[in-house]
Design a binder for this molecule. Structure first.
Ligand code: THU
Length: 193
């Protein structure tokens, strides 16, 4: 079973390049609760945990909004071939949210996943310092990003957390390097510079 205290600390550590502000702690707290919730929880347990971390449910509002946005933006997917709608939302340390949905093509291989659409939208709008990438789909277990998207996440949001959401409220939270260990990166070809 996930230990929320341990997750809170390791997620905070992962996010520490963004400082230790309220939003950073809210993302780490919501992540720890999200992973733990999959096992068992009650509202009182959550309240108690948040109290230990000197937070209230109101502090988690922006993070919950990011999760809800990823779920809602699925409706904007262009998925006439698979009928499988995926939504994604990126939360910046400034509190701004960007989103994307999957966009398919009759030449199937040209399909763009929701995660890449959201990350491209976020970058193109001048965003950086991403704290969180939420991915949502109507799946029994939390949606898991494809290999290409993992490479994008590691490139553009290495210091973010990733929240994967399924239809029954199931959540899984992790770091990008847990999704793609031993990732290829520019450090490999910059070796001789
Ligand atoms: N898809 C995503 O957008 N994200 C994922 O994490 C998995 C797959 C899309 C691509 C395609 O439009 C549809 O889901 C079925 O593969």
């Amino acid at each position: 079973m996930n230990d929320p205290q341990h997750d809170f600390e390791r997620f905070r550590e992962h996010l520490s390049v963004h400082g230790n502000g309220k939003l950073v702690r809210a993302v780490a707290a919501r992540a720890a609760i999200g992973n733990w919730r999959a096992a068992m929880y009650s509202r009182d347990d959550v309240r108690q945990l948040l109290e230990c971390w000197e937070m209230t449910t109101a502090d988690l509002e922006l993070v919950d909004q990011a999760l809800a946005t990823a779920w809602r933006v699925r409706a904007a997917a262009y998925a006439p071939y698979s009928q499988f709608q995926v939504g994604a939302a990126v939360l910046g340390s400034c509190g701004r949210l960007w989103c994307g949905a999957n966009v398919e093509n009759s030449s199937y291989g040209l399909t763009l996943c929701a995660e890449r659409a959201a990350l491209a939208a976020a970058r193109a709008a001048g965003g950086d310092a991403f704290l969180l990438l939420c991915i949502a789909a109507d799946t029994e277990e939390p949606i898991s990003p494809c290999g290409a998207c993992r490479q994008w996440i590691v490139e553009l949001a290495p210091h973010a957390l990733v929240a994967m959401i399924g239809s029954n409220g199931a959540e899984r939270w992790c770091t990008p390097s847990e999704l793609l260990p031993w990732a290829f990166g520019s450090r490999m070809f910059h070796r001789h510079e």
